[in-house]
Design a protein around this ligand. Structure first.
Ligand code: C2E
Ligand code: MG
Ligand code: MG
Length: 571
């Protein structure tokens, strides 16, 4: 009996679909064409995903592994490959080991590749893989650098040695600037290659490093030992930053990549030094890119102790009501009238004075405390709106929301409940989302933003220009306002690059129908340029520092509103 082509096809398809293995076909360049049912289930492929938009590399790796690149290298060179490979789960992004057979299917006449096929068997149940995954835990398969646990071990040894020798150890936490952007524009596959190059450059530049490890996606840790003072650590960080002035060559193009570095200098315990270095890099990034920040942490030192107690204290501070909110006016540039205000949290820390948010928001985010802080700020914003409404003044208040809040499925509901409780109209509340966050987990965050919009609140994109959003994403998310980051505003008066940048941002925002607020206006020269460029709203020390609720109410209910600029409390 013979089968028709159609019958053959059907039989093969049911054969393939009845297999428990992941079976897929791709074009010779890796564009996915087909994944069998078991395969889709194995990698939790979303139903609505069009697989023709995906690449084989998206499936067989998360962030690249040696096995992955080895496998890819072979099959893209037209050679079949067999070995321990990887599959990536699309829902949780975790990779798991598989026994992989990848075949290059060729045209029988021309012998040219016509398709790539891969059959992958889940090996998670099989004990033999344990050995391999132990190896991978110790070494990062993409870059060949040591992994986190090895790094910590070496760091502990270094600290012990340093204490004995009267020297110091130092942890440099290196974070690639705008890596998300690179990843989005080049694709995972190419971005992985770039990370390998970054790792190599660190290896070559961090002369004398005791250990270099890959900490996470685009984060690297460098251990230096035998240092005599803090200056030496700064010098190393400075040299590393300079080492990145030289571009990388990616697919024959020059790609400029910078790094930000957090340095923890001193001898405390290993995990604390890493946490402090992480904090330092966060500070470095918040002050701009391609910078470093250094935190000193010798055993029993003020800074290290400070960090730990701050961590504990922040929990208590919230309960004790030590957090409070200031409000910074936003003015209309045509007449300098206050049209809105931004709520900015502060911590009145006993015996320390007022702690600015940049010093504890990161901590709050990493411990989940940010949700409670966000709720407090929301409540004080609503309370202020209500107080003003009761006095016949209608003001819009903006609050900052962080990523953790936006991925919380109950966040929009919580906001709505508070608005109802305070009898505040949703249109009087703006939620500010910083640009980098908005682009992070666009699906989940987009959902929350859509719910908030539906509830009637306004959404702002904050710190615009520091992230990596595309015009498409801006159009995709229903923003109402764009806030131009202070970094650009500060140089808008110099008629240099930033003048053109701000002009371009304004033109784009206008084209997208977004309102615009310039942040951090400090001088009247900056203000003049902004007016010239047609920027409608501004916020900054030129008009007012963040002030208390009482002060703001006093200003707004002051009889002669036109005189606000001269009002003494209103700098
Ligand atoms: P942001 O949302 O961009 O807030 C504006 C920051 O710029 C504020 O710093 C403000 O005091 C400062 N600023 C305003 N005008 C000027 C100026 O003319 N010159 C200069 N040099 N600075 C100016 P602040 O209050 O220290 O807040 C820093 C950041 O902390 C905020 O940046 C925001 O991202 C975050 N943050 C503040 N409050 C909250 C909050 O309640 N929740 C969350 N998630 N983040 C918050
Ligand atoms: Mg803001
Ligand atoms: Mg901002």
């Amino acid at each position: 009996m013979t089968f028709s082509t159609e019958q053959w096809r059907n039989h093969f398809e049911s054969l393939v679909n009845n297999s428990d293995d992941f079976i897929a076909l791709a074009t010779p360049s890796g564009k996915m064409v087909y994944v069998n049912d078991a395969g889709k289930e194995l990698v939790s492929l979303p139903d609505d995903l069009d697989i023709s938009d995906t690449h084989l590399a998206d499936f067989v790796t998360s962030h690249g592994t040696l096995a992955y690149s080895e496998e890819m290298d072979h099959i893209f060179a037209g050679e079949n490959w067999k070995g321990t490979g990887w599959l990536r789960n699309w829902t949780n992004n975790k990779i798991f080991a598989v026994q992989a057979t990848s075949i290059v299917l060729t045209d029988p006449i021309s012998n040219e590749p016509v398709a790539l096929a891969t059959i992958r068997r889940d090996l998670r149940e099989i004990n033999a893989v344990k050995l391999e995954s132990d190896r991978l835990r110790l070494h990062d398969p993409l870059t060949g650098l040591s992994g986190r646990s090895q790094f910590e071990k070496k760091l502990e040894e270094s600290i012990a040695r340093s204490i004995m020798n009267g020297r110091y150890a130092s942890v440099l936490f290196v974070d690639v600037d705008r890596f998300h952007e690179i990843n989005a524009s080049l694709g995972h596959f190419v971005a992985d290659g770039l990370l390998v190059q970054v790792a190599n450059r660190l290896r070559n530049s961090a002369v004398g490093a005791q250990a270099i490890s890959r900490f996470g996606g685009d984060e690297f840790l460098i251990l230096m030992e035998n240092l005599t003072d803090k200056k030496q650590a700064s010098e190393i960080a400075r040299r590393l930053i300079v080492a990145f002035d030289e571009p990388f060559v990616v697919e024959k193009n020059d790609v400029f990549v910078s790094v930000s570095i957090g340095v923890c200098f001193g001898n405390t315990n290993a995990s604390q030094m890493i946490v402090l270095a992480d904090q330092a890099v966060y500070q470095a990034k918040s002050r701009g890119r391609a910078r470093f920040e250094i935190i000193e942490a010798t055993l029993g030192s003020q800074v290290a102790d400070d960090h730990v107690s701050k961590y504990r204290e922040l929990h208590l501070a919230i309960d004790r009501g030590e957090l409070f909110t200031l409000f910074q006016p936003i003015v209309r540039l045509t007449d300098k009238k206050i049209v809105a205000a931004e709520a900015l949290v502060r911590w009145m820390r006993p015996n320390h004075g007022i702690v600015p948010p940049l010093e504890f928001i990161h901590l709050a985010e990493s411990t989940g405390l940010i949700s409670r802080i966000g709720e407090l700020v929301l409540k004080s914003a609503c309370a202020l709106i209500k107080t003003l409404n009761d006095q016949g003044v209608s003001l819009r208040i903006a609050i900052n929301v962080s990523q953790l809040q936006l991925v919380d499925p109950n966040f929009a509901l919580m906001v709505t409940n508070e608005l109802i409780r305070y009898e505040v109209s949703p249109g009087q509340l703006t939620l500010e989302v910083t640009e980098s966050v908005a682009m992070d987990d666009i699906e989940t965050i987009g959902r929350t933003i859509a719910q908030l919009k539906e509830a009637g609140t306004l959404i702002s994109i904050d710190d615009f220009g520091t992230g990596y959003s595309s015009v498409r994403t801006l159009r995709h998310l229903p923003f109402d306002t764009l806030k131009i980051d202070r970094e650009f505003v500060s140089a808008v008066d110099e008629l240099g690059n930033d003048y053109a940048v701000v002009r371009a941002i304004i033109a784009m925002a206008n084209a997208l129908g977004l309102s615009i607020v310039a942040e951090g206006v400090e001088t009247s020269d900056q203000q003049d340029s902004l007016v010239q460029l047609g920027c409608p709203y501004a916020q900054g020390f030129l008009y007012s520092h963040p002030i208390s609720e009482g002060e703001l109410v006093a200003i707004l209910t002051f009889d002669d509103l036109d005189n606000i600029e001269q009002s003494p409390g209103f700098l």
